[in-house]
Design a binder for this molecule. Sequence first.
Ligand SMILES: Cc1cc2nc3c(=O)[nH]c(=O)nc-3n(C[C@H](O)[C@H](O)[C@H](O)COP(=O)(O)O)c2cc1C
Length: 324
Amino acid sequence: MIHTRICDLLGIVHPIILGGMGTATTAPLVAAVSNAGGFGTLGTSAFNAAQLETEIASIRERTEKPFGVNHLLFQIQEDMFRVTLRAQPTVAAFAWARKDQDLREYFQRAHDAGSKVMYMAGEVPEAVRAAEAGADVLVAQGTEAGGHVGWMASLPLVPIMVKAVAPLPVLCAGGVGDGRGLAAALALGAEGVLLGTRFMATQEAPIHLNFKQAIVNSDGHDTVLTEIPDLASQRVWPGAMSRAQRNKFIERWAGREWALRQIAPDVGKQVAAARAAGDIDNASLSFGQDAGLIDAIKSVREVVQDIVAEAEEIIKGRLPSLLR
Ligand SMILES: Cc1cc2nc3c(=O)[nH]c(=O)nc-3n(C[C@H](O)[C@H](O)[C@H](O)COP(=O)(O)O)c2cc1C
């Protein structure tokens, strides 16, 4: 069995973590990942404080295993953060701080509540900043990932970050969809993987079936880095692009962002309606390049078991056979 330092630190069986995703993680998915021996994380950006409290209670009804709660720091709301602190999750996970934010204060409050602190970064200086502020775990998020990302790919980012924040554990996020990705991440020095896209194409994920099928149908070549979804939702992220499928919605506005800005509220409503209707042409579909590795909607348990089994086979079988 693959066992790393992150398994001991978080009290989990497999070094496989679900990334907290605003619109794509609810209690059933989070609990399913934790119950499968991985680590589920709840995204918070789609909730208000009362909803967050209910959702965390729902996770606790479904599992006694450890889980985390994720906050986007640039838009963190005090009432929401207090809900998380009161709930005392195993991990308070953060990402996307503004440059002027004091990370130390948030991390200290999480530690005082008894939570470990995880911070996701797409560049090494940002990871070092979080390490110096007291983070317990760093996540190296490569640009292959779905959702909001930076510019560095996982292959160089992970080992550079591992060295820069040593001895703190680093997880690899972005581009990992199967056991080959887990084995590669471990070879790069990561202590485990954090997945978004692969868990979106599961039975337990709270997204429309058409979106899950779009991930399955994708060959991984159809995503693009764009600001269009953020312009439509009128939410400016600090220094992020968004990786989304290049569908009709993106094609309609590519190169015409100036025009989109003029009618962003209307377009934002249309995109939200398309999302609710499962309209894959006109909604914003955020997923990563590893969609090309995903060919079936599975249960969370199958995903976790398949990743672990494939990685073990590579480490035990293929890699040793290469040595002379
Ligand atoms: C739809 C979507 C929403 C996301 N929302 C968040 C979020 O709210 N907070 C966060 O830290 N990461 C978020 N992420 C990024 C994931 O945590 C993770 O880094 C990424 O999905 C990993 O790459 P992969 O999709 O290739 O597995 C999101 C990703 C996606 C696809």
